[in-house]
Design a protein around this ligand. Structure first.
Ligand SMILES: Cc1cc2nc3c(=O)[nH]c(=O)nc-3n(C[C@H](O)[C@H](O)[C@H](O)COP(=O)(O)OP(=O)(O)OC[C@H]3O[C@@H](n4cnc5c(N)ncnc54)[C@H](O)[C@@H]3O)c2cc1C
Length: 332
C-alpha cells in the first residue's frame, strides 16, 4: 500500500540515494553515518529517498535493508530505470515542498552533484557543495569544507531551510543496524513524471580494480616523482608491501596514473595504517583525504613541505632514489 505525499513524515532529514541498475551507489549509504548522529541530536527522523524502477530489488540489498535510516521512501516507476536529471529534480522538489524536511543531503556522486543544485535552484534554497564534515553546534547544522582556493577549512551554516548539501565520497564508513528499515512506498499519481531526456544507450564503465579505500598501506606519489616511469615504481613497491597506490591531482592529470587513484577533495579519502607520500607537498586538497591515516611518512627534498611537517616520519631526499633503494632492500 503506497502513501500519499501528505501522509509522509514531516520535518525529517532526507538523504537522497543514487540507485543504479547495478544496485545503490555506496556513498548514498556512507552519508547516513554522520546524518544518523545529526538526526539523533535533533530528534528527527532520518529518511533515505530512492527513485527506482524496482523497489523489490532495492529492498533486498542487505546494506539497504539494515541501513541506519528510520524510513526508506521509495518512488517506484519504470521512468526511473535510468537517471534523468530533470525528472529526478522535479520529483524531489515536490517531495521537499510537501514534507518540509529540515535537511536534504546528497552523495557527491555524478547524480547527486547534478540534481542537488537543480533542486536548490527550483526551490530557491542555498546549497553547500562537497562537505567533508557535518555536525551540530548550538542546535544548528554546521558543514565544513575546504574553501578560498581550498586553503582553509570553512564552517558553513545555511540561511535557508531545509539545509542542503552534497557530502564527499569516501569520507565516512558505511554502518548498518540490527533492525530493518521501515519501507514506505510513495504514490506516484501526484507526480507528472515527464522528462525531456531520452537515454539511448547505457555503457557501463569497467569496475574499478583498486582497493585504495580499504588498503592498510598506501604508497602515494606526487609531482616530485617527475615522470610516469618513476611513478610506475610505486606499483612495484606496493606489490612488495601489499599496499595500494594513490596519487595527487598533478600526478593523475599528467597521465602517470588513472584518476580513480586520486586522493583528496576531488578524489577519495583513505584510512590506512601507514601512508607513504613520495614527492608530495601536502596541499590541503590532498591531505583532507589522508586524515584517517594512522602513520604518515613523507619523502621530500623540501623539509618545509606541509606533508613533511604533518608526518610522523620524514625522509629528506630525492623520492626517486629513496624508492629505488627501498625496493632493492625490500626485495632482498
Ligand atoms: C578545487 C581543487 C581541488 C583539488 N583537489 C585535489 C585532490 O583531490 N587531490 C590532490 O592531490 N590535489 C588536489 N588539488 C591540487 C592541490 O591544490 C595541489 O596542487 C596538489 O595536491 C599538489 O600535488 P603535488 O604534491 O603532487 O605537487 P606539488 O605541490 O608541486 O609538490 C611537489 C612536491 O615534490 C617535492 N619534490 C620535488 N622534487 C622532489 C624530489 N626529487 N624528491 C622528493 N620530493 C621532491 C617538492 O618539494 C614538493 O613538495 C586540487 C586543487 C583545487 C584548486
Amino acid at each position: 500500500m503506497s502513501k500519499k505525499l501528505g501522509d509522509l513524515s514531516k520535518e525529517a532529514l532526507i538523504a537522497f540515494a543514487e540507485v543504479t541498475p547495478e544496485g545503490i551507489h555506496h556513498t548514498s549509504l556512507e552519508i547516513l553515518t554522520p546524518l544518523k548522529e545529526i538526526s539523533k541530536t535533533l530528534n528527527k527522523k532520518l529518511v533515505v529517498l530512492c527513485l527506482t524502477d524496482s523497489a523489490e530489488k532495492l529492498i533486498n540489498i542487505k546494506e539497504v535493508k539494515f541501513c541506519l535510516a528510520d524510513e526508506l521512501w521509495i518512488v517506484e516507476h519504470s521512468e526511473f530505470s535510468e537517471f534523468k536529471d530533470d525528472l529526478f529534480s522535479e520529483v524531489l522538489s515536490k517531495i521537499i515542498q510537501e514534507t518540509k524536511p529540515i535537511g536534504v543531503f546528497f552523495p557527491a556522486t555524478f547524480a547527486g552533484m547534478s540534481i542537488a543544485p537543480r533542486v536548490a535552484g527550483m526551490l530557491n534554497l542555498g546549497l553547500c557543495a562537497h562537505v567533508n564534515e557535518i555536525s551540530i553546534e548550538d542546535g544548528k547544522i554546521v558543514m565544513s569544507r575546504p574553501t578560498f582556493g581550498e586553503n582553509i577549512i570553512a564552517k558553513l551554516y545555511s540561511k535557508t531551510i531545509p539545509v542542503m548539501a552534497t557530502i564527499s565520497c569516501g569520507v565516512y564508513p558505511i554502518k548498518t543496524k540490527e533492525t530493518e528499515v521501515e519501507v514506505v512506498k510513495i504514490d506516484t499519481s501526484e507526480f507528472s513524471l515527464s522528462s525531456k531526456l531520452k537515454v539511448r544507450k547505457r555503457v557501463v564503465k569497467k569496475p574499478k580494480v583498486n582497493r585504495l579505500k580499504d588498503a592498510k598501506v598506501v604508497v602515494a606519489g606526487g609531482r616530485g616523482l617527475k615522470n610516469k616511469e618513476n611513478f610506475a615504481k610505486l606499483f612495484k613497491l606496493a606489490e612488495i608491501l601489499d599496499a595500494e597506490v594513490g596519487a595527487t591531482r598533478p600526478a593523475c592529470y599528467s597521465g602517470w596514473v588513472e584518476e580513480d587513484r586520486m586522493i583528496g577533495i576531488s578524489g577519495i579519502s583513505v584510512h590506512p595504517k601507514v601512508y607513504i607520500g613520495f614527492g608530495i607537498s601536502g596541499a590541503l586538497q590532498h591531505t583532507v583525504g589522508i586524515q584517517g591515516a594512522e602513520f604518515i611518512i613523507a619523502v621530500n627534498t623540501d623539509k618545509e613541505a606541509p606533508l613533511v611537517k604533518m608526518a610522523n616520519l620524514a625522509l629528506i631526499g630525492d623520492a626517486n632514489k629513496v624508492l629505488d633503494l627501498l625496493i632493492k632492500r625490500l626485495q632482498k
